[in-house]
Structure formats: C-alpha cells, structure tokens
Design a protein around this ligand. Structure first.
Ligand code: ATP
Length: 231
C-alpha cells in the first residue's frame, strides 16, 4: 500500500524547537512549493535553512503548525515512500571507501554505466573522474584517493540525480565549487529539475538565479518571499 508522492510541499505556520538545545530554529514559517517548481532558500548560517529540509525528510516531527505533501499531512505518508521520493544532497557529502562508480550508484543500485556517466556529466564531475588513472573505478577514502570538497559535493549531486526522485533537496551543496562550475551545474539542474520539486538552500544569491520563488530567512523567520523580480 504505497503512496506516489508528486511533490507539492507546503509549510503552514510551522514553529520548530530542537529538544536537545531548546533552540527555536523556525518561527511561524509558511510557504508553498508546487510540483515542478524550484524554491531557493537564502539566509545566513544558523538561520534555519537546513532545519526546513530536515523537516521535509521527516527527521523530526512538527508540533506547531503543519507540513503537507500533495495536500496530505506529512505524518500520514508512509516514511519509506516519503524518503524514497526525495533526492537529498547534504551539506557535507558522505562518501564511502569504495569506487566512485559505486558511490554514485548508491542512489540507484541497478543503474548501468551509461546512467552513471550521464549524471556525472550533469553534475560537472565527469571530467575530473576521467582524469584519474582508474577513472570510475577509482577508490575513495582510506584505501584510495581523497577528493576535494567541491569534487565530493559534485559526486554527491550525481548520486542524488541518479535516484531521479520527484523531490530534490540541495543543502548548500555548491559552496565549495567555483562560480563558473556553479553556473554550469545550475544550468544542468534547470533541465534536470524541470518536472521535479526542487529546494535549493544557499547562502549565495547566485544559487537562486533560476528559482521560481525565493525565500529569505533570518533567525528562523521568513523576512521576504517572492520571485526574483519582486525581491
Ligand atoms: P548553515 O547555513 O550554517 O547550515 P542553517 O541556516 O542551515 O545554517 P540550521 O542548521 O537550520 O541553520 O540551524 C538553525 C538553528 O538550529 C541553529 O541555531 C542551530 O544551532 C540549531 N540546530 C541545528 N541543528 C540542530 C540539531 N540537530 N540539534 C539542535 N539544534 C540544532
């Protein structure tokens, strides 16, 4: 009895406090992202951006206000189906001590080599990979090579892309790439995310250039929301 998540996400007056620190990370936050739209969330460090993504992945439950996905209370959706519908690129990419290929395929175990190469190109990391002696078979981590912060981020983006889920959450995942590479990835994402609901969190305004909506958050509160032209 599985639900198919299409991808409309709405926050209605969400206030959220972390139990352990007693920090109220979100205060009365409301916004809607429709299926297929891209929302950029901009704000300084500690403003609550990652918390929004954690709540969408249901790492925590909300007690004040509500979150809906496709109009349904998030708590009512099967957790497996919800998480299966989300491609998540965390702030700090977690890569295994395994080949680059397997690290990308973690997003889709049965992917073939062509699919791996396609997403690596879209994430603008293919050229780095083919520069290594063992290319896609290059082992990462303790037993292998260390990627740069920006290369790790791009492998992590490729991993989320191969999953091809209806919702894509990107948590400041372009922070370690130069502006030219950022631009190239954003252009590829534009095409890739056409039918997906995408939330891109960043502290850099440049990441919001293709967004349908922008939300500016400070100290857990929405300061402004609107389109690029409105803000
Ligand atoms: P950054 O850009 O640095 O990632 P952010 O805008 O994503 O920041 P959050 O990570 O959402 O901000 O943090 C919002 C507030 O909640 C901060 O004050 C932070 O210390 C606190 N916080 C974040 N995660 C946790 C956690 N797991 N437990 C307790 N408090 C947390």
């Amino acid at each position: 009895n599985h639900t198919t998540v299409l991808g409309q996400i709405a926050f209605e007056n969400v206030t959220f406090t972390y139990d352990d620190t007693n920090i109220t990370a979100l205060k009365n936050v409301s916004f809607t992202v429709n299926k297929g739209e891209t929302l950029a969330i901009l704000g300084r460090t500690g403003s609550g951006k990652s918390t929004i993504l954690s709540l969408i992945s249901r790492l925590y439950d909300v007690e004040e206000g509500r979150i809906t996905v496709d109009g349904e209370e998030i708590e009512a959706i099967n957790l497996y189906d919800l998480r299966n519908s989300i491609g998540f690129v965390p702030q700090d990419a977690f890569l295994f001590s395994d080949s680059i290929k397997n690290n990308i395929k973690f997003g889709k175990e049965d992917a073939d080599d062509d699919e791996v190469i396609t997403v690596a190109k879209k994430a603008v990391v293919h050229n780095n990979i083919i520069g290594f002696n063992k290319q896609y078979e290059t082992i990462l981590g303790e037993r292998g090579i260390t990627l740069s912060g920006g290369q790790k981020q791009r492998v992590s983006i490729a991993r989320a892309m191969i999953k091809d889920a209806p919702i894509l959450l990107l948590d400041d995942c372009l922070s370690a790439v130069d502006t030219e590479t950022e631009e190239a990835i954003l252009n590829n994402l534009l095409e890739f995310c056409k039918d997906k609901t995408t939330i891109i969190v960043s502290h850099r305004v440049s990441s919001a250039k293709n967004a349908d909506k922008i939300l500016i958050i400070e100290d857990g509160e929405i300061l402004q929301q609107g389109t690029h032209n409105q803000l």
